[in-house]
Design a protein around this ligand. Structure first.
Ligand SMILES: Cc1ncc(C[n+]2csc(CCOP(=O)(O)OP(=O)(O)O)c2C)c(N)n1
Ligand SMILES: [Mg+2]
Length: 339
């Protein structure tokens, strides 16, 4: 099992040594995402990864804090900006990189690409290219668990842009009405492509929108991995207790453009620079060093380990096979090869 998946825990570590190890595990996972995505951007430039590519750089604390607060029986639904969520949930980096290359060894057999990572084994139900598309799917998973009396919280990640979609409002209503075990996590990075929140929404208080459906809400600092972990642990406990759905807003910021096609002309460079000063990786690293929970040598070792994992994943994806042409119609309904 991937060490990140093995580290999934709902309990806050008791002893100082465990707390140190826990904090370093959070940092290690943020580094793994950052190095994976920096390499992906490079490979995109070289034409080895094609299609769309949406990077999560700057937002890593949300996925990492959240995943470490969840349990193996929980379901995860995410957006097209989901490499980090999949990785920390336990989808092997090799399978993620091969998917981005379009290879058969990818976690979606090379048919999904960057936006459609999927892995049944870790209950990672995508990867969704449609804004808000995952929200109704998550409600279906939660309803299934409720009807079949299965334990587990369905955790649905989406951007603040998705809250302008009807599917959010219809799902929030039903989730509250049916008391579904559903945790909505809104990754509010304040922009939906080039549109700032206040330019499209009359109500910019996202918790107020969710609360209007009688859903419990909270807001967390999405740049602080420990704050996210604590907020998600509390939110998941609420849902797990049978108290109904929960909405958590994590305020964060993407340091790069919306996607590789976006010239990023709509944000003031001073605003971007100000958020970077509170970057989740360097702020947490500095904090751990100040609290004597991390040495420079330990940081370098964690970073080198992340880089080695990325190098191995690239080698794996490069060597992996393409799907044979004869299989192209496989899984297509209405074809001889399909069902
Ligand atoms: C239904 C739908 N409308 C429009 C798009 C085009 N689109 C892709 S991403 C995006 C912005 C979404 O912003 P947000 O939900 O805040 O997520 P973020 O990209 O900031 O993580 C848009 C409009 C789409 N993919 N699906
Ligand atoms: Mg957004």
């Amino acid at each position: 099992m991937n060490p990140a998946a093995a580290a999934l825990t709902t309990a806050w570590p008791a002893s100082a040594a465990r707390e140190r190890a826990f904090c370093q595990a959070l940092l290690a996972d943020m580094l793994r995402i950052r190095r994976l995505e920096e390499k992906s951007a490079e490979l995109y430039g070289a034409g080895q990864i094609r299609g769309f590519l949406h990077l999560y750089v700057g937002e890593e604390a949300v996925a990492v804090g959240a995943m470490h607060a969840l349990a193996p029986e929980d379901n995860i639904v995410a957006t097209y900006r989901e490499h980090g969520h999949a990785l920390v949930r336990g989808v092997p980096m090799n399978a993620i990189m091969a998917e981005m290359f379009g290879k058969l060894a990818g976690c979606s057999h090379g048919r999904g690409g960057s936006m459609h990572l999927f892995d049944r084994a870790t209950r990672f139900y995508g990867g969704n290219a449609i804004v808000g598309g995952g929200i109704a799917l998550a409600a279906g998973l939660a309803l299934g668990d409720k009807l079949l009396r299965r334990a587990g919280v369905t955790v649905c990640f989406f951007g603040e842009g998705a809250m302008a979609e009807g599917v959010f409002h219809e799902t929030a209503n039903l989730a509250a009405l049916w008391q579904l075990p559903l945790l909505f996590i809104c990754e509010n990075n304040f922009y939906a492509m080039g549109t700032a929140l206040a330019r499209s929404e009359s109500q910019t208080d996202l918790c107020a929108k969710a609360a209007s459906y009688n859903i419990a809400t909270n807001r967390a600092n999405g740049m602080d991995v420990l704050a996210v972990h604590a907020a998600v642990a509390a939110a998941a406990a609420h849902v797990r207790s049978g108290a109904g759905p929960y909405f958590l807003e994590c305020q964060t910021y993407r340091f790069r453009a919306h996607s590789m096609f976006d010239p990023d002309l709509y944000r003031d460079p001073a605003e971007v620079a100000a958020w970077k000063e509170h970057g989740p990786l360097h702020a947490f690293t500095a904090r751990l060093k100040a609290e004597h929970k991390l040495t420079e040598e330990e940081f370098l070792a964690l970073d080198a380990s992340a880089q080695r994992e990325v190098d191995a994943a690239v080698a794996f994806a490069e060597a992996a096979a393409w799907e044979p042409v004869e299989d192209l119609a496989k899984d297509l309904l209405g074809t001889e090869a399909g069902a």
